[in-house]
Ligand binder design. Sequence first.
Ligand SMILES: [Fe+2]
Ligand SMILES: [Fe+2]
Length: 187
Amino acid sequence: MSQMIASLTEEHKRMAKLLSLLDQEITRFKEGNVLDYDLISAILEYLTRSSEFKHHQAEDEIYKWLKIRDPEGACEIGDIHIEHEKLAFLCDAFREAVSNVEQDSELPRIWLVSVADEYCTAYKNHLRLEETFLFPLARKTLSHNDWQDVEEHVIRERDPEFDRLEHEDLDDLRQDILTWHDAGFTQ
Ligand SMILES: [Fe+2]
Ligand SMILES: [Fe+2]
């Protein structure tokens, strides 16, 4: 049980690191620098794929059990599943804005900056919400059997070979982003 929370928290740290790089890129763009489209796209790809790779699924399952075990507590947190859908929607809007600005450099910078800020702020608030409320309440409330059910649900119908490759791929992508970003800042 605590193992799952520990690995979700570790994933949050990796996501938060890439979100801070995204923030830095947008700040540079705001200051008049050229936007590194490939870097932004790679970060959005990482954030999307790592969320879709078990992470949101595990949290949705945890939240499902919380609604059963502590409906009032779950209600106070807000609907985690809807939050995940909202993040996916904001990510699509951000991706589209980046592509539009890439094709038409005359588009106002402030527009892209506001779409980017909305996405980054929503993502950071979401991570904080889960770490502050969802994880502690789940730790306190869910039984051993509930955790087992969450785990079984997450691995059900998954291809272990695909998971292994996706895990490696995501790790490589993250390393590339970090190296790429550092290189950009030493130029
Ligand atoms: Fe989440
Ligand atoms: Fe999360």
